[in-house]
Design a protein around this ligand. Structure first.
Ligand SMILES: Cc1cc2nc3c(=O)[nH]c(=O)nc-3n(C[C@H](O)[C@H](O)[C@H](O)COP(=O)(O)OP(=O)(O)OC[C@H]3O[C@@H](n4cnc5c(N)ncnc54)[C@H](O)[C@@H]3O)c2cc1C
Length: 324
């Protein structure tokens, strides 16, 4: 879990210089991977808050073989790195990212169902909403809530995403990941210590989730479709639409809902720069246009302070605030 600290990002060192990249650029090219390497790439495009600077290097990783070469390379060069899903739960520093960002594409987006036993094996780059949609004609129930989560399956497992009383780990039969030496691992879902928006396999622990097997329950298409539509309607009514955001900013504390606490200390609609605590849902921060990552972090810090002072409750960040 990342605790938000004020000024983490403002005080960060300059991100990268051509000289800094030169020390590893040629070695990376020499790996001769098929995956596309982008230099100095804007990360704003790849997070739902639409904030942050450029990555020194972003790699669209196409297959397991390339990944098994890239991770040991990162390890050898001691580079700062992270694995990006769909960026729907991330705050990327305004100053950018000095090392490598991995984005799982190509072979990581497959969907391979076994209709007899209502199981499906998927690549971790598959979109959550695609997963939910594919369950409709099959009449498979359990993960309909994924329709409203704009992330990837890898991100959903890494965050143990959930909604409407369910969590991804409830249906996870098996998961595969790679470590920083490029070794493959697998485990049964039930053997891993998942918790509320926590998974031991989050990339920040040096693990990249590559594949997953889910066990769904048999229902019928009409019922599954009805659930999907109900959840979509709920989102439309309760959550901000059409403004960049990252979903719930804070985890709900045991004492209640983070949104209600933030609203009760008078912060609903409060703005810092172009970041605003949503008028529709106080546990959402929206980007009104060109907000900085720092504006968002400052708003988070303010909400934490006010709630702490009023209730002695510590709001813990759900969104992953990246720092290097
Ligand atoms: C409008 C909106 C609504 C949302 N609603 C919900 C909700 O109802 N419930 C909920 O739980 N969340 C919700 N979220 C938050 C977010 O969508 C989820 O946490 C989602 O699972 C993140 O997936 P991602 O692919 O975007 O991950 P990212 O945001 O890209 O990454 C999140 C974390 O996961 C790690 N990660 C990503 N992929 C991998 C991988 N393959 N291997 C290892 N680590 C990985 C990243 O390094 C990072 O630490 C919402 C967000 C938005 C914008």
């Amino acid at each position: 879990m990342i605790i938000v600290q004020k000024n983490t990002i403002k005080e960060a060192m300059p991100v990268f210089s051509p000289q800094a990249i030169e020390s590893w650029r040629d070695d990376l090219i020499a790996l001769q991977i098929q995956s596309k390497i982008h230099w100095n790439y804007p990360l704003k495009r790849f997070n739902t808050l639409k904030v942050g600077g450029n990555a020194a290097c972003l790699i669209n990783v196409l297959n397991h073989f390339d990944l098994s070469k890239i991770l040991p390379f990162i390890n050898r060069h001691k580079l700062s790195w992270f694995v990006l899903g769909k960026g729907s739960n991330l705050i990327v520093p305004d100053s950018g990212w000095p090392g490598i960002v991995l984005r799982l594409a190509g072979d990581f987006k497959y969907w391979k169902p076994d209709e007899l036993v209502h199981q499906v094996k998927v690549g971790s780059g598959l979109a959550d909403a695609t997963f939910a949609q594919k369950c409709i004609p099959l009449g498979w129930t359990g993960l309909e809530f994924l329709i409203g989560i704009p992330g990837s399956i890898g991100g959903a497992i890494a965050m143990n995403a959930g909604a409407h009383g369910g969590e991804v780990s409830d249906f996870l039969s098996k998961v595969w990941w790679m470590d920083m030496d490029g070794n493959h691992h697998e485990a049964k879902g039930e053997s891993l210590d998942f918790a509320y928006r926590y998974s031991p396999l989050n990339g920040k622990n040096g693990t990249v989730i590559t594949d997953a097997l889910f066990q769904l329950k048999r229902s019928n298409s009409e019922m599954v479709r009805a659930n999907v539509e109900k959840y979509q309607k709920f989102r439309f009514e309760k959550q901000p639409q059409n403004l960049p955001n990252c979903g719930s900013v804070f985890k709900n504390p045991p004492q209640g809902y983070a949104g209600r606490l933030i609203e009760s200390v008078g912060l609903k609609g409060y703005r810092i720069g172009n970041a605003q605590i949503s008028e529709k849902h106080s546990n959402f921060i929206v980007n009104l246009g060109d907000a900085s990552a720092q504006d968002i972090i400052d708003l988070m810090t303010l909400a934490q302070k006010k709630v702490r002072e009023a209730y002695q409750i510590e709001l813990v960040s759900e969104v992953q605030v990246l720092s290097f």
